[in-house]
Design a protein around this ligand. Structure first.
Ligand code: 13P
Ligand code: SF4
Length: 389
């Protein structure tokens, strides 16, 4: 890796595919600094036999240095296959914690910052007291919990799911526990679209399901209301307006978006033609974009995804539905922090002998704890998710 060549290539690449997404960010000086750090990151990751893993929403420079890039489910599956000694997980904390729970003692997992800095509004918005109460009122109720949740919430859940497979996980719960109440949490928008899809799947399988058996978590906790703060602001009319402004375009929507319910209704009423709108995980967006015959595709999700799409499918035009859709937690990942992680072996996610409060795990500048008993229970629910793609 020659840093001068890399800097020149990145300057051209980042401004071509992401200049409008991050105006003013990729100056020649910035690209030189990033290239310099990238050389050192690659050297250290080789020396430490680390696999660098990044989520699709990260800044473009991470896309260029990561060994693995993808969505929550894809990354979990790839990490399991990789069998690495060490993983440096560049994303939000719950994804790193999931990787540690999956790989156990075989892999050392490092994250670049503390869990509240690389957090997630869905994690912060989960109300443990409300969940415990729901479990008391529904003693044989089943919890289908989205992967955007902390280890404790996973440990009290029956199934974990992702944006790729929540509908299938709900169907599985309906089949394995007929007649029992199911709570889908913690994202009300994703819950809504996945409930509709799960009921369609059940119908295809010839199952008659009472829709009231599937309850969607919709609880306000402080500033959070069962939603991702980035996707929620892509509100009920945003996607329809974008389609009206671009009549030839298709629309790809992440199921966390605030526009999902209104889009579903408009599809059912025929106000949006069939074959125009697709609800997809970030990774599914890439496959769909490659197969689609549309030349222009509108994208309703965090704008980091646009860079990946433009690079992977250069013959199509990708437009963000919202330029404000930027996740402060994903964007808290920086090359400076990754370098510090590699140099100083911090912050490592470790299992502890239940030394701390499982709802508020111990963390310092070197380690973040997950209690062993929490990890063990969470793994059972995560393993069910890994089997369904
Ligand atoms: P994906 O699994 O679709 O990448 O979504 C993760 C996420 O955090 C979306 O906001
Ligand atoms: Fe969480 Fe939303 Fe950020 Fe995804 S985009 S990590 S759901 S806050």
């Amino acid at each position: 890796m020659n840093e001068k060549i890399v800097a020149a290539q990145w300057y051209e690449l980042f401004n071509r595919y992401a200049g409008d997404l991050y105006p003013g960010r990729y100056t020649p000086e910035k690209c030189r600094e990033l290239a310099e750090m990238a050389v050192e990151i690659k050297r250290l990751s080789q020396e430490k036999q680390s696999v660098i893993v990044a989520h699709n929403y990260l800044y473009p420079e991470f896309h260029e240095i990561a060994d693995l890039i993808g969505d929550s489910l894809g990354l979990s599956l790839d990490i399991q296959k990789a069998g690495a000694k060490r993983v440096d997980f560049e994303s939000v904390f719950f994804m790193g914690a999931t990787a540690k729970i999956i790989t156990g003692d075989a892999t050392r997992v490092f994250v670049p910052d503390k869990s509240h800095i690389i957090g997630c509004s869905l994690v912060f918005g989960t109300d443990y007291g409300w969940l415990e109460n729901w479990k008391r009122e529904n003693p044989d109720g089943i919890l289908v919990t989205y992967i955007n949740s902390d280890a404790y919430t996973k440990s009290i859940s029956d199934y974990i799911s992702t944006s790729r497979n929540t509908d299938k996980m709900i169907l599985m719960a309906l089949q394995q526990f007929p007649g029992r109440k199911i709570l889908v949490l913690p994202d009300k928008f994703l819950g809504h679209v996945m409930k509709v899809r799960a009921l369609e799947l059940a119908k295809q399988e010839g199952l008659a399901i009472d829709p009231d058996l599937i309850e969607i978590y919709s609880v306000r906790k402080g500033e959070y209301w069962a939603a991702c703060y980035v996707h929620e602001q892509i509100g009920p009319d945003a996607s329809e307006i974008a389609l009206l402004e671009n009549p030839d375009a298709e629309l790809m929507i992440h199921p966390e978006c605030g526009c999902v319910a209104s889009c579903l209704i408009k599809l059912q009423e025929g106000k949006i033609p069939q074959g125009k709108v697709y609800f997809l995980s970030t990774q599914q967006m890439i496959g769909h974009a490659k197969r689609s015959s549309a030349k222009r595709i509108l994208v309703a999700t965090e704008k980091g995804m646009i860079y990946r799409l433009r690079q992977e499918v250069p013959d199509k035009e990708f437009l963000p539905v919202s330029m404000q859709a930027e996740c402060r937690y994903m964007k808290a990942n920086t090359f400076e922090k990754l370098l510090a992680s590699l140099r100083e072996d911090k912050l490592e996610i470790v299992f502890c002998n239940d030394c701390c409060d499982p709802k508020n795990s111990y963390q310092d500048d070197k380690v973040i704890h997950i209690p062993k008993s929490v990890a063990g229970k969470a793994k059972i629910a995560i393993d069910r998710m890994m089997a369904i793609q």
